[in-house]
Design a binder for this molecule. Structure first.
Ligand SMILES: [Zn+2]
Length: 419
């Protein structure tokens, strides 16, 4: 059974702190795996939280660029892609941060993982809105996060070329896919029935493919719209909302959603169809890895298994293609219940059974998580059978928390009591 203690690092910390300094520190702390984003998205760093980069000597605060690539991409390789899908090299970190990272981390005996966000690409969608994953009304199904539609041929070509570029340019240990999913409706005070009506993707390409797969798309569109319309009509008459504190009302709404899904095979068939499109994209990547460097481990960051169906990620399908699944179960930062950790781990392991993929749990180690929170979340995951722990993230975690938690966890991962 693999024993993994990993951490996510961002390219700006690698560049500003120094790849060798970070690699030496992480190796000394007992980490075994380090994932660096090789492409990223615009994001306020350390949010939600104090917005402080704890380890960066050059910056205290940072909002990352939109869709930058952290290696020197050659324009030639991408010249056949439509212009909106061509890579943008980082303006702020234009050197070969990926190459420096791999060399330094491997020199310390750590596994070098290239963490690659894929279907989220704001700049491309803004330049060509027809590339977007959209809901049944044609709206982008997330807020400020723009996702590409996974059924588009151009999008698949983009993914294939990026993966080919990394595999042929670098020797590394693992490719970690991120944002390999549909957007999730960013609703608050959500009626689950209305959320169902807001799922992507129903762009003309997806509708044509669903029709070809035997789905009655006219009826599907009618039903999905009706679920949303029903909620709108109710709230217009009687304004009533499921508040997070109102477990009774929320549970009854979820029971109603259970009934809908149990009685509506058409919607269920469509949910499976959209998961099959994500499966196709991961198959394409898996085939590239097998062809170009079969020694590279293939992993993906997936939604927690209880909710992964909402974003088209089916552990049973993807577990057959991936060597490793990572799921983020962050608690304190989002007011989420630590009780979910053993449940999600057991559910994930059950769905991955027979697939051979490991399950790694991502623990949030940034404020307000204390060392005690980090260790207790990690140990709950390990007791439930997780094959390893990853911390998010190097730059967001106060030094004392990173060091203390790593010491305690590397002990428990080795089976040594830290009492
Ligand atoms: Zn689509």
């Amino acid at each position: 059974m693999p024993r993994i203690l990993g951490v996510w690092v961002h390219a700006w910390d690698v560049a500003d702190v120094g790849a060798e300094t970070i690699a030496e520190e992480l190796s000394r702390l007992g980490f075994t795996h380090v994932s660096m984003c090789v492409r990223y998205v615009e994001e306020r760093q350390c949010w939600p939280g104090p917005n402080i980069l704890f380890r960066n000597p050059r910056r205290l605060t940072y909002t990352s660029e939109e869709s930058p690539f952290y290696w020197p991409v050659s324009e030639e390789r991408y010249s056949k892609l439509p212009p909106p899908l061509r890579p943008r090299t980082s303006r702020e970190y234009s050197g070969d941060v990926v190459g420096e990272f791999i060399e330094a981390v491997r020199a310390r005996g750590l596994k070098a993982i290239l963490w690659l966000p894929l279907l989220r690409f704001e700049a491309a969608v803004r330049e060509d809105p027809s590339l977007a994953a959209v809901d049944v009304w044609g709206s982008v199904a997330d807020y400020k996060r723009l996702f590409l539609c996974p059924s588009r041929k151009e999008v698949r070509n983009f993914i294939a070329v990026v993966v080919e570029d990394l595999l042929s340019r670098y020797e590394f240990d693992e490719l970690e896919l991120d944002y390999i999913r549909y957007p999730r409706p960013p609703v608050t005070y959500a009626y689950p029935k209305a959320v169902l009506s807001m799922l992507a993707c129903l762009c003309p390409h997806c509708v044509a493919r669903a029709e070809a797969a035997g789905i009655d798309t006219r009826e599907l569109i009618r039903r999905l719209r009706a679920y949303g319309e029903e909620v709108r009509e109710l709230i217009n008459k009687v304004a009533t909302y499921p508040l997070p504190s109102d477990a009774d009302f929320t549970t009854s709404l979820l029971h109603d959603l259970m009934r809908i899904l149990a009685e509506d095979p058409l919607v269920v068939r469509w949910l499976e169809f959209r998961a099959s499109l994500i499966e196709e994209v991961v198959t394409l990547i898996r085939d590239k890895v097998k062809e170009l460097n079969p020694k590279v481990t293939l992993s993906a960051d997936l939604y927690p298994p209880s909710a992964s169906w909402l974003v088209g990620q089916d552990y049973r399908r993807l577990g057959k293609l991936l060597d490793r699944v990572k799921t983020m179960l962050y608690t304190r930062q989002f007011g989420a219940s630590p009780s979910r950790i053993p449940y999600e781990v057991a559910l994930g392991l059950k769905q991955l059974r027979g697939c051979g993929a490991d399950l790694i749990v991502g623990v949030g180690s940034w404020p307000p998580a204390t060392v005690g929170d980090v260790v207790s979340d990690a140990e709950a995951a390990l007791r439930a059978g997780a094959h390893g722990i990853y911390l998010y993230s190097y730059g967001w975690t106060p030094k004392a928390v990173l060091h203390e938690a790593a010491k305690l966890l590397s002990g428990s991962l080795r089976g040594v009591s830290h009492e």
